[in-house]
Design a protein around this ligand. Structure first.
Ligand SMILES: Nc1nc2c(ncn2[C@@H]2O[C@H](COP(=O)(O)OP(=O)(O)OP(=O)(O)O)[C@@H](O)[C@H]2O)c(=O)[nH]1
Ligand SMILES: [Mg+2]
Length: 670
């Protein structure tokens, strides 16, 4: 099956693979020339890891029975030859279902029992605990068996009222939202809390992750869905049914789960086939659909270009029967086109920036190392040429100058050690401000502050204070970074002047982006303290989960900022170490050359030639590194649709040829 989405995901995957190949070749080029240190190697590893694990998450959200599962079947799974996800009238999908492919696991359905809600832990915290999940193998070659196994996501169970209350499916304060109870006072609740389908579908293999949600009524929904899963999706698709219009509960779901404008939202007016009326002409029906779309756009305050009238059922049927005209009539392609045209450039931009930044850092590391080496060579060369035709008295003078240099090198070591220890103390102060432990403590303090307040009405204030305290941590971290920067600038100036180093501090880490992310989280989560939402926070288990999810998002921001500071600190120490190493290496080789020259007069010219050749070779290497960086940056910047991506396959082997010829040359010289 080839759809717009398949093709676009393919070009995204091809592009990622092309970049990965280039990054690998680039790393090998650096290794061959001893220009990749441990930090650089770690950076290469993490870049390749990110490329391999890049995911594209699309979540489907709506009231029950609007056709989410049917639409997923039509969009993604028609090539299975039948309806894969259960889609039936009434409530069908009972828990969030995540479809993805992880090749390191067998094809399977993993189910987290609803009872795990009692522990108060979020689903993501429980992901790693395999013992809690029930796993069912999926029989891939047996469609009947596959469909049968997936029926599990519709399973429910009847539990006593107290248990339903405990699990969050019953709330005495909102009787209208509660599910019906039977004569024995039992209530029907979902059997599972979350389902993961690991399935080697071509689109899932390409890194697509699809989230099908159960009809999200206010009660019983997993808070994590709204707070974590949906905000992290790259696109959300909200469904309405043409035969139902926009109902109150549709609106409530839109407001509660998709109200955040930062989300990439697509609205589907599904089931347009139900508007067919034998008493109306096709144009009249089309007019009705158009008017309904206008109303929907107005009610939800979205541009009309984001509202897609379609029939998931007709689309699925047409795809199963390879009926092109039927598929066109279903209206599915417009949604498909819109999804891919929005998702692809967005993912492309994110990966592109990541690669560009990474490759530039690698180049910096390499250029620094090679530059140190070249400087040492230039000094050597100057010294060697000055020896031409020198008397033994001059040679004696040279020798004492070398001794002097060696002593001054020894002298600078304690000062460097002192500078390093100040640097590491200041860095660890900054890291303390950004530690996960600090964030955890601040969130815990907010929890106790809000619980202490009457009916938790003070929760809003406690949340605002939490925000202030977190910003204060960032302030302190930024001040610390400035102090380190000033300290480095002063010490570098001194060391460079007195001992001839070429130390320069790396640019300061920009923490502003993380602060903006913090601000975004504050705004998004702050919505829960509005008048309509605050009652949910008075539910103890909701508040606990709310804080857990909030904490995990805050931790990501702080951890990323800390990583940035740590990298910066590391770059500065690595620079120092590499200059020290090169200097030591230079001193050794000067002594070596000098001794040889003293013994045999003929050595001088050949030694000069050797150093000159090595110097020329280093220049060529730098040139090749610059070319490889340019190639990678162009590939990263043009994105998955750019012509560079398609040419990448041809460019790959060419680069390899250049690289292997060049590495033979380097072996020849060495
Ligand atoms: N006529 C018509 N029926 C549809 C269409 N799309 C879905 N349906 C039917 O509507 C019913 C509900 O569809 P589902 O896909 O199960 O709906 P859902 O949104 O996943 O519902 P839950 O899983 O309960 O949240 C099924 O019987 C579908 O076959 C459509 O475009 N036209
Ligand atoms: Mg469903």
């Amino acid at each position: 099956m080839s759809t717009a989405l398949t093709r676009d995901l393919d070009s995204l995957a091809d592009w990622r693979r092309a970049i990965d190949r280039r990054v690998d070749q680039f790393a090998r080029l650096l290794v061959d020339h001893d220009a990749l240190d441990a930090d650089g190697a770690a950076l290469v590893h993490s870049l390749r890891q990110r490329l391999a694990s890049d995911r594209l998450v699309v979540a489907f959200v709506a009231e029950f029975s609007r056709g989410k599962s049917e639409l997923i079947n039509a969009l993604f799974f028609a090539d299975a030859g039948r309806r894969i996800l259960p889609a039936t009238p009434g409530r069908t999908t009972m828990c969030p279902v995540e479809l993805a492919w992880d090749p390191s696991e067998p094809a399977s359905l993993s189910l987290l029992p609803i009872g795990t809600r009692r522990e108060g832990q979020t689903v993501s915290a429980l992901r790693g605990r395999a013992a809690l999940w029930q796993r069912v193998a999926l029989p891939l070659s047996d469609p009947e068996g596959l469909v049968g196994a997936l029926q599990e996501v519709t399973r429910t169970q009847r539990v006593p009222l107290d248990e339903a209350r405990e699990l969050g499916f019953w709330d005495d304060e909102t009787p209208d939202d509660n599910p019906p109870r039977d004569n024995d006072d039992r209530v029907e609740v979902p059997a599972w809390r979350h389902a993961l389908i690991n399935y080697p579908h071509p689109l899932l293999r390409r890194g697509l992750v699809v989230i099908d949600t159960p009809g999200l009524n206010a009660i019983g929904a997993e808070p994590e869905l709204t707070l974590g899963l949906l905000p992290s999706a790259h696109a959300t698709v909200f469904l309405l049914a043409a035969d139902a219009g926009v109902t109150r509960s549709d609106l409530a779901i839109w407001r509660d789960h998709l109200g955040d404008r930062a989300l990439e939202r697509f609205v589907v007016l599904n089931k347009i086939d139900t508007l067919d009326d034998p008493l109306l002409t096709a144009e009249e029906v089309a007019g009705q659909v158009r008017r309904q779309c206008e109303q929907v756009a107005q009610t939800l305050a979205v541009p009309q270009s984001r509202v897609f009238p379609l029939s998931a059922r007709l689309a699925l049927t047409a795809r199963l029967a390879s009926d092109a005209a039927g598929l066109r009539a279903s209206g599915l392609s417009a949604l498909e086109q819109a999804l891919s045209s929005q998702l692809l450039p967005e993912r492309g931009a994110v990966i592109g920036h990541l690669i560009e930044d990474g490759v530039l850092s690698l180049q910096q590391i390499a250029v620094r190392q090679l530059g140190d080496r070249r400087r040492q060579m230039a000094e050597q060369l100057a010294e060697l040429t000055s020896l031409r035709g020198k008397s033994s008295a001059k040679l004696q003078m040279m020798s004492s100058r070398m001794e002097h240099d060696a002593t001054s090198f020894e002298e600078c070591l304690p000062r460097l050690t002192a500078m390093r220890s100040v640097h590491s103390r200041l860095t660890s102060d900054v890291m303390n401000h950004l530690s996960s432990e600090r964030v955890r403590k601040e969130v815990a303090r907010m929890q106790s502050d809000s619980e202490a307040s009457l009916l938790r009405l003070g929760a809003g204030r406690a949340f605002a204070q939490l925000g202030q305290r977190l910003h204060a941590l960032f302030d302190a971290a930024e001040l610390g970074v400035d102090e380190i920067d000033r300290m480095l600038a002063a010490s570098h100036k001194q060391m460079n002047a007195e001992y001839g180093f070429a130390l320069a501090a790396a640019p300061k880490p920009a923490l502003a982006a993380y602060r903006r992310e913090l601000q975004r989280i504050e705004t998004a989560y702050g919505r829960y303290f509005g008048l309509t939402k605050i009652w949910r926070l008075s539910d103890r288990s909701f508040l606990t989960q709310f804080l857990q999810v909030l904490l995990s998002r805050l931790r990501v921001v702080f951890e990323n900022a800390a990583v940035e500071v740590e990298l910066w600190a590391k770059t500065n120490t690595t620079q120092l170490e590499s200059q020290l190493r090169e200097r030591r290496r230079g001193l050794h080789s000067r002594r070596d050359a000098f001794n040889r020259i003293r013994l045999a007069g003929g050595e001088l010219e050949s030694r000069i030639e050797e150093v000159e050749a090595a110097n020329r070779h280093l220049q060529q290497v730098e040139q090749r590194i610059a070319e490889a960086v340019d190639g990678l940056r162009i590939l990263a910047a043009t994105g998955p649709r750019g012509p560079a991506a398609t040419q990448a396959a041809e460019a790959g082997p060419r680069l390899e040829l250049v690289h292997s010829a060049e590495s033979t040359a380097s072996r020849g010289v060495a």
